[in-house]
Write a protein that binds this ligand. Structure first.
Ligand code: ARG
Length: 612
């Protein structure tokens, strides 16, 4: 199952898995690595399961199973084997599993300078490799829609995930900061702009004037001709030719917007290493790309009327009359139509900027992998430019990956459609605050209701987004997602708070010993304890698995399972008023559980709360 090989210093379970692999390798006479890859986590109380037929050994699986049985004798790590048909089920020695798991969690949860929250769950499989992850990527002067929200949430998670798997990770925000609309925005600013409003809330002001100017264009177009549109096109052409005055204005729009975005990202606990953008793809790289396409005979001429439905090309639909050809790449052989890469008037478009942008990023970062976190509406666009890069013979073309996701339905506020990221977060925060206020007693004890409701609100938004597989779509439902019932972000925060509060509640009787080696973990004999320990031990596996499938839901599911196991363990594993040795052992278990839940929540970019 694991293709990265055992790493016992990161995952104690690997020690047990190796022991299983040795028995399998010996009895089936196969290489230990092959055997190791065939050791799966078990289900329903089974620790490991091996499907015997997968190794394709001569002989009946049932007989091979008998051989495994003969070969098996309990050792330090494994206490029992049950062969059931073609499956061999292994059970770990519970005392060893408990001791080693808790000690490893404790050890690896210590804060260090490079890892303030410890490293339990992390592994080094990506050591020496570099990944560029592009996500969020909103467009300046346009709404921050649900697609950007999902890209932001999923992209942050993926960045954390690659880092946890040992990769060097570069987080990139590729802003929509170039294109004909910036010509329009400049015209809008001259007509409707206000310096004060721009300074006070750049994102909102740019959006407002952009809406106003688009209305003008629409009205003019209804009468046949839009002078505003002509002017905008002219301004953008000037920008592309390097007009200093126009560029200075545009730069200010860009910088103020980035500053404003940074504040919201900070609220969300998200940082970027690079604020890139369409504007930063250099002319030299665009020219080089066009040249390469031409040299390799990939360019075909395409007339405006042929491409009515192409994304960026729509805007120049009127040019059909003069029949100037644009340049396209014929991908019909791969059923990817003929995407236009350059417009007739020579101005650049989204497509060619993505082609040249990939080249540019490779020159700069020499990445081993590059990921684009973009909604599934752009599936075709990504397939197209990946294909074009492949046809151009770019060596990294096969290292590009589009991580897509489905739509969010019905994301709107009371005042209508959502336009800004802040609005979404405020909405969740308010709903959370209202929820919290329904329990007056509790609410009066919350130290910082503002911070707390904001954090839980954001947790709810993020969990709602990450709990199902990326490809699915979901309805944005503030009421449901902020409920304390069911698997919500609020419930997860509550589970963490409760783990924090055990130690507080027994503080007058007992505190966890500094030297944990003196804690007798053999006292954790209850099946409930065993279940929790096993699940804690599988966290490093969950981190590896999540990377393999690029699914945040793997970690969300892990968190909920852990929370449920703990919630059902409280009754049996009481700490208060117990024999001091038993209390120590149980407190040790809950402390380790808290470390793991906290790590998993941080991996999901959440801030685990200690009180609420
Ligand atoms: N700004 C784009 C949009 O809002 C998303 C950018 C996706 N990334 C890319 N390299 N094309 O649609």
């Amino acid at each position: 199952m694991s293709s990265s090989g055992p790493e016992p210093s990161a995952s104690v379970l690997d020690v047990f898995r190796q022991s299983v692999a040795e028995i399998i390798a010996r009895s089936l006479e196969i290489p230990i690595e092959t055997a190791y890859d065939g050791v799966d986590l078990g289900k329903k109380g089974v620790d490991f399961t091996v499907a015997i037929p997968r190794f394709r050994r001569p002989g009946k699986p049932q007989e091979l199973g008998k051989k495994i049985e003969q070969e098996f004798s309990p050792n330090d790590y494994l206490e029992r084997l049950v062969v059931d048909g073609v499956f061999a089920h292994f059970y770990c020695n519970s005392k060893a599993l408990t001791r080693l798991t808790l000690d490893q969690i404790n050890e690896l949860s210590r804060p260090t300078e490079s890892a303030p929250f410890g490293t339990y769950g992390c592994n080094s499989s990506g050591r020496g490799k570099k990944v560029v992850i592009e996500f969020s990527s909103p467009n300046i002067a346009k709404p921050f829609h649900a697609g950007h929200l999902r890209s932001t949430i999923i992209g942050t998670f993926l960045s954390n995930l690659y880092s946890a798997n040992g990769w060097e990770t570069i987080r990139m925000n590729y802003l929509g900061d170039w294109g004909k609309q910036f010509g329009l925005l400049a015209v809008a600013f001259a007509k409707y702009g206000s310096e004060e409003k721009l300074a006070a809330n750049p994102i909102m002001h740019l959006f407002d004037i952009y809406v106003a100017i688009n209305k003008d264009v629409k009205e003019q177009e209804a009468t046949g001709h839009s002078s505003v549109n002509e002017e905008a096109k002219d301004v953008f052409r000037r920008m592309e030719q390097g007009d200093t005055e126009m560029l200075a204005l545009w730069r200010r729009f860009r910088e103020l917007s980035i500053e404003a975005y940074k504040k919201v990202y900070q609220r969300l606990n998200i940082t970027f290493d690079v604020y890139s953008g369409e504007s930063l793809v250099t002319t030299a790289n665009i020219d080089a790309s066009m040249q390469r396409l031409r040299n390799s005979n990939l360019l075909v001429e395409k007339f405006a009327w042929e491409s009515k439905r192409d994304r960026d090309y729509n805007a120049v639909g009127q040019q059909a009359q003069d029949e100037k050809p644009a340049y396209a790449v014929d991908l019909s052989k791969w059923k990817m139509s003929k995407p236009v890469v350059q417009k007739a008037d020579g101005t650049t478009i989204y497509m060619v900027r993505d082609i040249a942008g990939a080249m540019q990023r490779y020159q700069q970062y020499h990445f081993d992998k590059m990921i684009y976190v973009v909604g599934d509406q752009q599936d075709l666009h990504c397939q197209q430019f990946f294909k074009i890069l492949e046809l151009m013979g770019e060596p990294y073309a096969s290292s590009l990956q589009h991580i897509n996701f489905g739509k969010v339905q019905g994301m709107s506020t009371r005042n209508g459609e959502v336009k800004f990221l802040d609005e979404i977060l405020d909405m969740a925060k308010e709903a959370m605050l209202a929820q919290m206020k329904t329990n007056e007693d509790k609410f009066s004890n919350v130290e910082d209701p503002d911070f707390t409701s904001d954090q839980i609100g954001m947790t709810c938004v993020k969990i709602q987004d990450m709990q199902a597989k990326r490809a699915g779509s979901y309805p944005f439902d503030v009421k449901r997602m902020t409920s304390f019932e069911g698997d919500t972000g609020a419930y997860l925060q509550y589970a963490h708070v409760r783990l924090c509060s055990v130690a507080r509640k027994v503080a007058d009787e007992t505190t966890l010993r500094e030297d944990v080696t003196t804690i007798n973990t053999d006292l954790l004999v209850e099946p409930k304890a065993r279940e929790v320990v096993y699940h804690l031990a599988t966290y490093p596996d969950a981190v590896r698995m999540a990377l393999r499938v690029s699914e945040p839901s793997t970690i969300v599911t892990y968190c909920f399972r852990l929370s449920h196991l703990i919630s059902s363990a409280w009754e049996t594993l009481v700490v208060k008023g117990q024999d001091p040795e038993v209390a120590q052992a149980r407190l040790y278990l809950f402390t380790c559980a808290r470390h793991v839940l906290s790590s998993a929540m941080r991996l999901l970019s959440l801030t685990p709360l200690e009180r609420m």
